[in-house]
Structures are given as C-alpha cells and as structure tokens.
Design a protein around this ligand. Structure first.
Ligand code: RIB
Ligand code: CA
Length: 311
C-alpha cells in the first residue's frame, strides 16, 4: 500500500484526540508530524495534550509547537464554555511524557516535510488555520509542494461558535482567507457533514469493548462528551475524525467544487465561510465542500481504525 504522507495540525481538544487515535492506527497514512495551534484551549495545553497522547500510545511521531495567537486577532481563542474541559481533554488525565517537543516550529516542520515529500504531502488541519497560513506566507513555494489540504472547518450554512461561523475558521479568519487564496487544492469538511457525525452510547460501548489503551482513551473522552451533552453542551460529534476519514476515503462523503472565501470584517459575520452556491456570485471554484455524509460507513471506518490498536 502506498502510504500517504500527512501532517495533522491540531488544537487537541477532545475530538482532536479521537481523530489523532484514528490516524495513528490508519495504515493508509504516513504520519510525518503533528503540529499544534491554540484553539480549543491555550497552546500549552493543546501541545501538551498532543505530545502526551502520542507518546502514551507508544508512537514517536514528532510533535512541533505552533502559533499561540491568531494572525491578527489578539485574543487567545478557546472555547471557554468547558466544551473541552479546563485542559482540553475533558476529565481525562494522561501520563505526562518527559520526551521533548520537536526542535522546529510548526511552520518549519511543515516546510521541512513538504520538501522531503516532494509535492506529495497532505495537510489535515483540525484547528484554526494559523500555522498553515503562516507557513504559506513564510515559504510561498509551499503552494507547489502541498498536494492537498483536507481541513475541518467552515460551513455552507450556519455556525457553531456564532450563528454564521464555525469555531476553527472563526478562530483565525485572516488565516483562513490566506489558505482559501493560496491555490492549494482544498477539501472543506465543515459543519454540513460534521454535525451529522455523532456517536451514540452503543458506539462508545463498542469502542470500549476493544479493550486497549487507545480504545479506553477514546471511550473516556466519549463519556465526557455524553456528560457534556447532558448539561446542554455539544453532542459527541466527531468533527476532526471525519476530516481524517475523508483524507483516507473521500467516499465517506459527497462533495462539490465551489468558490469559497472567508468573511473577515463583518461585525456579526467574521469567520463566515462564503460558499458560492448560487449564480449571482461565480468565483473560480477553489475548494471541494463536503455536503453529505455516509454515517454508517464513517462509524465503521472509525471503529475499525481504533480496533487496529489491538494488532
Ligand atoms: O467546530 C468544530 C471544531 O472546533 C473542531 O475542530 C473542534 O475540535 C474545535 O476545534
Ligand atoms: Ca479541533
């Protein structure tokens, strides 16, 4: 099997952690690095969570630290409403590894791996796009070195952090605008499909029954998500795992090519992904937008990936 060289850029958080587990046990991926960004919680937590999780599961994949702030907006973006708990992994506490972070920044790690992969590298951003945008600005030749970016973010309609914006894009709209304009092939795994990617108690029980440390981490996080739902929070939505799944198997969704840009200046609409679905505005299509989800196929893929932790 030709493994696909990828970097996952994450703001580990609860659903990021499940996405990371699925990616680690997916033989289709050659995981070159994880890069971290502030988002769900502060950078120190998103970075620490990523490194602790990857090392706890026995993998030596490099983890490079990225941006602590969005490009222009000055606030540290984090959910704040306990969507991911104080440190980002709900109530889960992982053993603290004493191994170091990689000795390059996220930007330089992305560039280094892009050069090595000689045009085949794919990026899977599952947090705000700050690192990706900065990498494109610092190394303009990246446009010719990145095969594709499959990102969790945006929405044709609606939002989850405001009524018009999805959290990752809202977290750094200027970064999103740079990515949409870069000319790199894009696949947007937005709320139109991720709001349908909910796991239920039976799915969690099936995962727990796998009986490995990886499965227990995923099941513990799902238990936190169900508790969160019980207090009026978000459902057990696999936003980020779906982006990993689509990178591996695009048949999990149906997608269409549209012109997409990000609203940066609207008082009420900053972070809105404008998807030109009508004839009034016909920009040159630059992004495949996921519109429908094969939920049973996604669940089967996710369970299968986590179950490979038994091998
Ligand atoms: O809107 C969902 C996204 O925001 C996910 O990536 C989740 O982890 C949060 O970062
Ligand atoms: Ca995320």
């Amino acid at each position: 099997m030709n493994k696909k060289p990828v970097i996952i850029d994450c703001d580990t958080g609860t659903d990021d952690a499940i996405a990371i587990i699925a990616a680690l046990y997916s033989p289709e991926l050659d995981l070159r690095a994880f890069t971290t960004v502030a988002g769900n919680v502060e950078l120190e937590h998103t970075s620490r969570n990523t490194l602790n999780l990857v090392r706890y599961l026995g993998f030596d994949t490099k983890v490079a630290v990225g941006a602590a702030q969005p490009i222009l907006r000055r606030t540290i973006i984090h959910s704040g409403d306990n969507t991911h708990g104080d440190t980002g992994l709900g109530t889960l506490v992982l053993p603290k590894t004493d191994q170091p972070f990689y000795n390059q920044t996220a930007v330089e790690t992305i560039y280094e791996e892009a050069l090595k992969a000689d045009g085949e590298l794919e990026l899977i951003p599952i947090g705000p796009l700050t690192n990706i945008a900065q990498a494109i600005m610092v190394h303009p030749d990246l446009k010719n070195l990145i095969r594709r970016i499959v990102f969790m973010g945006g929405a044709k309609y609606g939002g989850n952090i405001t009524t018009t914006a999805e959290f990752n894009i809202w977290g750094d709209p200027e970064a999103a605008r740079i990515v949409f304009a870069a000319g790199i092939p894009l696949t947007m795994v937005g709320l139109d499909v991720t709001l349908k990617a909910a796991l239920n108690l039976q799915d969690a029980a099936d995962i727990r029954r796998i009986g490995t440390p990886a499965a227990d981490v995923a099941a513990d996080i799902l238990d936190f998500m169900f508790e969160r739902l019980g207090r009026g929070g978000e459902d057990a939505l696999m936003h980020d795992a779906l982006a990993v799944g689509v990178c591996i198997n695009p048949d999990l969704v149906k997608m269409k090519h549209y012109f997409v840009d990000c609203e940066c200046s609207g008082q009420y609409t900053a972070g809105h992904t404008f998807v030109a679905t009508n004839r009034i505005f016909q920009g040159e299509p630059n992004c495949f937008v996921c519109e429908e989800l094969d939920l049973p196929a996604f669940k089967a893929w996710l369970h299968g990936a986590i179950a490979r932790s038994k091998a």
